[in-house]
Design a protein. Structure first.
Length: 253
């Protein structure tokens, strides 16, 4: 198991491990907060309400008792930060994806070497306090896709995900749902909080990330996720990630 059901009785425990591509952690939850962070490689995280794909500079923050499932998309090296519920009163109480700052990354890597009995008034205790300070500053990033709860709409969205290469339009979704475009526009936003086109862009971004990190060409990736040419894909990619697909591949190698 990547993530243990029980953790030592201390404020923070950092679990360190390496796992191979295609490993899966089935649905489970924890009684503590958890920061899921692969310092190398790519991981997909599911909850009942959303899905994230995490490149190595991002992490998912998971509050207690939220069911989640993990898919390892490439060989990974992971640091999972478990935080006791009463560690701080102002810890973020909803799941989110956030970029991991260089400071937080180094603090986490360092804390992974601590034993299970951190003493008061020590350097180790100060590192843990700094981690807690940094966790309060996590900022929500758009590297997630909310999932509809409605069974029929969820099934329609799954059909779209299975054919991301197709040039989907709102009219196609309305057709699948047997409603008009105005109705599906309103209902889709109610269910996901996003417009259909924004939801589709995020799906294409996250799927594209998984192809790029597996060394697929940018042109091949663009076509697989529904873009006619690599230039259009690169424009979308940079608007979210702050870098081009080629720069991302270079930094991820």
């Amino acid at each position: 198991m990547i993530f243990k059901n029980e953790i030592p009785n201390q404020v923070i425990h950092v679990y360190s491990a390496k796992y191979p591509s295609k490993h899966v952690e089935e649905w489970h939850h924890h009684s503590c907060y958890q920061l899921i962070y692969a310092i190398s490689g790519l991981i997909r995280v599911h909850t009942n309400d959303a899905m994230w794909i995490l490149p190595s500079t991002y992490a998912v923050w998971m509050p207690p008792y939220i069911e989640h499932r993990l898919e390892i998309l490439t060989d990974i090296e992971i640091r999972s930060v478990f935080v006791q519920p009463l560690a701080r009163a102002d810890l973020i109480n909803y799941p989110l994806t956030s970029q991991v700052s260089p400071l937080l990354r180094e603090l986490i890597i360092n804390a992974a070497t601590f034993n299970n009995n951190v003493l008061s008034h020590t350097r180790e205790e100060r590192v843990i306090e700094l981690i807690l300070d940094e966790l309060r500053l996590l900022k929500k990033e758009p590297l997630y896709v909310p999932l509809p709860r409605d069974g029929k709409l969820k099934s329609a969205c799954e059909s779209i995900l299975n054919k991301l290469y197709y040039p989907w339009q709102l009219a196609d979704l309305a057709n699948i749902m047997s409603v008009n475009e105005r109705t599906i526009t309103r209902y889709f936003r109610q269910e996901t909080g996003l417009s259909f086109q924004e939801w589709l862009r995020r799906q294409r971004l996250l799927t594209g990330l998984s192809y790029l990190i597996k060394k697929h060409s940018i042109t091949e990736t663009a076509l697989k996720v529904g873009y006619d040419n690599p230039s259009a894909f690169a424009t979308m990619f940079k608007s979210y990630m702050g870098c081009t697909p080629s720069e991302y591949q270079l930094n991820a190698s």
